[in-house]
Design a binder for this molecule. Structure first.
Ligand SMILES: Nc1ncnc2c1ncn2[C@@H]1O[C@H](COP(=O)(O)OP(=O)(O)OP(=O)(O)O)[C@@H](O)[C@H]1O
Length: 273
């Protein structure tokens, strides 16, 4: 039962007959944005949270679904790690952040966030599906999904069972990483999901005195990579302490400079989705 009326991808749907997506009639989510990377540790969760916060600042109703089941960092980055999601007969209620965003993560359903999830693929896939079908998101303008790293089982489940309007790829300027990100781009395209563009994270460091931008990677082939893959660069983020500190201070200590970069990135994402 796909319930096409409440499906965020209903305007571009070409597969009603063999659709595997179940939509919850209690939810009206306008757009779903996946944040993906292919390679672990490049800043996918960080970028998900930065984008979500910036969209919220612009006045949108925002949710964030942590599909990185085995390494869930969203609750800490959103400062809701001490709250617990509640379940009722109607479904699971996400937790709310101070600034009114909704969050779901497996860690918000576990008694102890330090316990590992030692489950096999099918069980993990079931949880990710439930985060779409059984969570009461209500009315949202944007739902961001922190995608599982890699291009294997769970990433595939997310792409098949959640109606994603587009994905933002997170990369760092290093040859090895772009090769792996290319795999994620090709995966999304094979699944008929739009790739909105690339956010290059840890793109440079900035000298605090003279403000010179210093590139850290010698083998930065970003331009070539974007051209070869027919991708747009939607923004570059520096490697900096204020980004590291969001798990400690939230977005409160984000400088005007970084805030304006994030503003440009979110505006580009919105315009392309
Ligand atoms: N621009 C940045 N500047 C400095 N540190 C950063 C930046 N982006 C991310 N980090 C740090 O890098 C680490 C990995 O970030 P994050 O957890 O967002 O990556 P990920 O791609 O989601 O990882 P995983 O594959 O484990 O899900 C974190 O400690 C984070 O604080």
């Amino acid at each position: 039962m796909s319930n096409c009326e409440s499906c965020p991808t209903k305007d571009k749907c070409s597969s009603k007959e063999n659709c595997m997506i179940e939509n919850n009639p209690l939810n009206q989510v306008k757009k779903v944005i996946g944040v993906m990377s292919g390679k672990g540790g490049v800043g996918k969760s960080t970028v998900s949270v930065l984008l979500a916060n910036q969209l919220r600042k612009q006045g949108y109703r925002v949710g964030i679904l942590d599909a990185d089941i085995t390494g869930p960092s969203i609750p800490r980055l959103m400062h809701v790690e001490n709250q617990r999601a509640e379940a009722s007969e109607m479904g699971i209620f996400p937790v709310n952040t101070k600034n009114g965003m909704k969050v779901i993560s497996l860690n918000l359903l576990m008694e102890d966030e330090n316990q590992p999830v030692i489950w096999r693929g099918p069980l993990l896939a079931g949880v990710v599906k439930q985060f779409w079908t059984d969570v009461i998101w209500g009315d949202l303008d944007y739902l961001l999904i922190d995608m599982p790293p890699g291009t294997a089982d769970i990433a595939l489940t997310v792409m098949q069972s959640i109606p994603i309007n587009g994905v933002v790829m997170v990369s760092v300027p290093q040859d090895l990483v772009s090769m792996i990100v290319a795999k994620a781009v090709n995966m999304a395209r094979k699944m008929d999901i739009d790739v909105i563009g690339v956010v290059e994270n840890m793109s440079y460091i900035q000298c605090p005195d003279c403000k010179t931008k210093i590139q850290m990677y010698d083998d930065d082939n970003t331009e070539e990579f974007l051209k070869d893959m027919n991708l747009d660069l939607i923004g570059e983020l520096p490697m900096c302490k204020e980004i590291i500190d969001i798990s400690k201070n939230g977005m409160e200590t984000i400088s005007d400079n970084l805030s304006s970069t994030l503003d440009d990135i979110t505006k580009k994402v919105i315009s392309k989705i």
